[in-house]
Design a binder for this molecule. Sequence first.
Ligand code: ADP
Ligand code: MG
Length: 421
Amino acid sequence: MSIAEIDLHSALKKYFGFSGFKGLQEEVIKNVVNGNNTFVIMPTGGGKSLCYQLPALIKEGTAIVVSPLIALMKNQVDAIRAVSEHEGVAHVLNSSLNKTEVKRVKDDISNGITKLLYVAPESLTKEEYVDFLKTQKISFMAVDEAHCISEWGHDFRPEYRNLKTIIKRIGDDIPIVGLTATATPKVQEDILKSLGMPDAVTFKASFNRPNLFYEVRPKTKNVDADIIRFIKQNEGKSGIVYCLSRKRVEELAQVLQVNGIKAVPYHAGLDAKTRVKHQDMFLMEDTDVVVATIAFGMGIDKPDVRFVIHHDIPKSIESYYQETGRAGRDGGEGHCLAYYAYKDIEKLEKFMSGKPVAEQEIGHALLQEVVAFAETSMSRRKFILHYFGEEFDNETGEGGDMDDNVRNPKKQVEAQDDVKI
Ligand code: ADP
Ligand code: MG
């Protein structure tokens, strides 16, 4: 081990208490420490934060971290402060700060105390902040959730579009680190282009989740009964059932309860107190099942979710992957069961009809991939990984037999409304 490697390991231990790096972390961190433009693609939970936090703590100057979620920024700042001698080691700069607080942040940066400065992209457009940051020693710029830059991503944010211009104004030669869990080649291209770093060294981890079993069933009018049967066969296990609408969430949660299943609803229409309560019930195992809209899941880290059911097919493969990815985080069993009827696709198309044409076109293209996935007779895993630009061989790859099509090869299935299960 070279001195530099020993240093990285001891810094990892000192600041984070971890005894080893995960996956590609060490290579990424070396690249960032060396001041190169870097592009990191790792699935959710892969440990992307550390890829900029550790270099920031080691390097001279302040690293600017752009992230779209204020709550997540605050969590990270608290965590870093907890292991540092000086509270000023990490700050969030946003519109909620008063003059005194802003001055304090600026002083800590000028005095070389602040190693990590978290900013929301819209705050970074503020003339005053840019003028100040221009005069400071900036170690690098990390753009977390970098897929927000792309209209092909699932979470496009217009404010992300101007980042490159702003970074250039702060400093012409500031190294950039982009990070995302979105693996589609189109989004990746967009990110590299928008951040103006065609030379970036790219690190991409595999998106294969070998312990997840993928299954698609035709959706019939008996779908509720089928879900009940499935859950009863998995009694006592934790699971999530995703529905498209709040109304369906409420109805299905009730149907499950009536059938003796411990289930609670979760959607953005419920008041905050109820939402927190239901989420806690799930984490504390006071309920087995959460029936939810996609409002449920972000930042929920329950390791032993045993199944994720899609009562309605999601609007993209990306969403499907993220949502099913909440199963089997602990490496144990995770059954991903989606119900598919073509008329649900038509419904999703209809939802988009009020949107700008460009957005509709993208939405339509993403939906066509979902149709192809649902109707394919090839390995689901192979399909998903191919979508993410990854070659997968079912003979040699991990989890190669973990989907319905591989287990029970069949002719192409098409959604029919009157199929008996
Ligand atoms: P991502 O942003 O890729 O979704 P996070 O950065 O939030 O992932 O990290 C996911 C989890 O992995 C966190 O709980 C984090 O503390 C943990 N983690 C990260 N790196 C390591 C490591 N080297 N050893 C052990 N745990 C780690
Ligand atoms: Mg992250």
